[in-house]
Design a protein around this ligand. Structure first.
Ligand code: NAD
Ligand code: UFG
Length: 331
């Protein structure tokens, strides 16, 4: 029996593939390389010394899904594939709804057709919207402020509906906070196309001398140093969380939303200082206006992950910055 990893060539999927293979799971990866490259698959093989089946193609290609499900015995799906740039989703809402929602429906239809009843889904802290108080707790009302966020909210509802209609189905909706870091080997990590939207890849380009400074989006928030606070989580911790979720889903039916974060907030300026320490490079920055849509603080209540999945993050921000720098500065 195999675990199908959609989007397994991507940032979080590749790290999860390593954890699964190291744990003795058989995996099959499906990816269309729309935001990744084959090097990631080589990295997974080099780190683990193991091979796996790979299908290049789009998750909306039903004939391809038929091949994946008939050529393999797929027991469960860890579903990372999706588009994830918030700003781009505002410009191209139809592409985001089609890729993320329609893509998920295609996977779920194939799962139904072939009797596969476990899905671990990549949701996001973005589903907490912009008017819940921190820390974010799973029972809070969900909403979104952009098409990307709505795809996560809608897919969570779709999976709840599937579990309601099929009492044998298990869905774990993992709400990631801010994943950064890279595998210790330096062989896999985040490789965004174009100008990065997220802070860590941007800081890394400043550290590498590609950009001369970081723009810090606002220093007038109601936070200790005025800059935005986020719950950064090491991608390897996140990857381990998927294995815990899979083990949970094998024993429990129904839909369960779980936060994956550290529960600790770090400000933009604290993150800059941690990267400077880890990389021994100066990160020049300029304070600019707030970025529209940003919230002051975002961090998780992590008690449910501990209680339900028996999982908690192990790495701190210094570890995340050191591992991220090792990867990004050799690119
Ligand atoms: P990523 O872009 O590195 O990985 C996504 C992978 O999916 C890529 O390899 C891409 O080529 C593939 N893909 C996209 N559409 C596809 C399609 N139609 N068919 C086949 N493959 C397709 O992103 P990531 O950071 O690894 O994120 C993985 C998941 O986690 C995404 O669903 C994302 O929305 C979610 N998430 C990410 C973050 C974050 O900050 N990185 C935070 C919360 C949630
Ligand atoms: N920031 C800067 N300068 C930059 C980029 C970001 O100051 O160049 C600041 C932001 O204002 C924010 C913090 O750094 O305070 C983090 O910003 P990111 O863009 O890295 O991350 P966000 O928290 O805005 O959003 C990310 C993902 C979303 C996801 C959310 C919650 O991009 O998709 O985490 O998981 F929904």
């Amino acid at each position: 029996m195999s675990v199908l990893v959609t989007g397994g060539a991507g940032f979080i999927g590749s790290h999860t593939a390593v954890v699964l293979l190291d744990h003795g799971e058989d995996i099959v990866i499906l990816d269309n390389f729309s935001n990744s490259s084959p090097d990631m698959l080589d990295g997974i093989r080099r780190i683990t010394g193991k091979d796996f089946k790979f299908y290049e193609g789009d998750m909306r290609d039903k004939a391809l899904l038929d091949r994946v499900f008939t050529e393999n015995k797929i027991e469960s799906v860890i579903h990372f594939a999706g588009l994830k740039a918030v700003g781009e989703s505002v410009e191209k809402p139809l592409e985001y709804y089609d890729n993320n929602i329609n893509g998920t429906l295609c996977i779920l239809e194939a799962m139904r057709k072939y009797g596969c009843k476990i899905m671990i889904f990549s949701s996001s802290a973005t589903v907490y919207g912009n008017d819940n108080p921190v820390p974010f707790v799973e029972g809070m009302k969900t909403s979104a402020t952009n098409p990307y966020g709505w795809t996560k909210v809608f897919i969570e509802h779709i999976l709840e509906g599937v579990c309601e209609s099929d009492k044998e189905f298990s869905a774990v909706l993992l709400r990631y906070f801010n994943p950064i870091g890279a595998h210790k080997s330096g062989l896999i990590g985040e490789k965004p196309n174009g100008i990065p939207n997220n802070i860590m890849p941007y800081i890394m380009k400043v550290a590498a001398g590609e950009y001369d400074h970081l723009n810090v989006f606002g220093d007038d928030y109601d936070t200790p140093d005025g800059t935005g606070v986020r719950d950064y989580i090491h991608v390897v911790d996140l990857a381990n969380g998927h294995l815990s979720a899979l083990e949970y889903a094998r024993k429990n039916k129904g839909a369960e939303a779980v936060n994956l974060g550290t529960g600790k907030g770090t400000s933009v300026l604290e993150l800059v200082a941690a990267v400077e320490k880890a990389s021994d490079r100066k990160i020049p920055y300029v304070i600019t206006a707030r970025r529209p849509g940003d919230i002051a603080e975002c961090y998780a209540d992590v008690s449910k992950a501990k209680r339900v999945l028996n999982w908690q993050a192990q790495y701190d921000v210094d570890d995340m910055c050191a591992d991220n720098a090792r990867w990004a500065l050799k690119q």
